[in-house]
Design a protein. Structure first.
Length: 173
């Protein structure tokens, strides 16, 4: 999930709306890096569709510091893309010899190979319309990563989308 529409200097400008700051590009990356380096978590609104349906455009995500050596397949990571220098949120689908294999849940593209030094933190909470999203960060994250790595996640989710919505409504009523 590409979190910065522009890395130009103008993206450093922000506006204040009812207790919120709108940041993107280098400003967001630097503030996130600073907050996480102090051991605190950072909440912000996700932009993009590469992690849909588990993280949707507009969801509020919490990124927390990640102790080195604790990465597990299925974790949703915040990292700086080595080529674009933009903030990206993708799922860890594998690792080998210190190189992390990441991929968006809604992406048919090849895995991105990322050095562990590019990792900023781990997504620990997702909120949609003020409510916690319960699926995608729990134990099922490993199964999601398994299917995602093999390009089977999207074909599995497509027919389920018509089934999950009505089921969810039935369970909540």
């Amino acid at each position: 999930m590409d979190m910065s529409p522009s890395s130009e200097i103008k993206s450093f400008l922000f506006s204040k709306r009812v207790g919120e700051l709108s940041l993107s590009g280098l400003a967001l990356v630097e503030i996130l890096r600073t907050v996480l380096s102090r051991g605190a978590s950072f909440r912000f609104q996700a932009r993009g569709f590469s992690m849909s349906p588990f993280i949707r455009d507009g969801d509020v995500i919490t990124v927390s510091p990640l102790p080195r050596g604790s990465l597990r397949c299925g974790d949703v990571l915040a990292f700086v893309h080595p080529a674009t220098k933009k903030l990206v949120i993708h799922r860890l689908v594998g690792q080998r010899r210190g190189i992390l294999h990441t991929k968006g849940d809604n992406s048919g593209d090849a895995e991105e190979l990322i050095a562990e030094t590019n990792i900023l933190g781990c997504v620990t909470r997702v909120e949609r319309h003020g409510k916690k999203v319960l699926f995608g960060l729990g134990l099922e994250r490993r199964l999601i990563a398994f299917f995602n790595k093999r390009n089977l996640l999207l074909p599995l989710l497509t027919p389920l989308r018509g089934f999950i919505g009505p089921l969810k409504k039935t369970l909540l009523s």
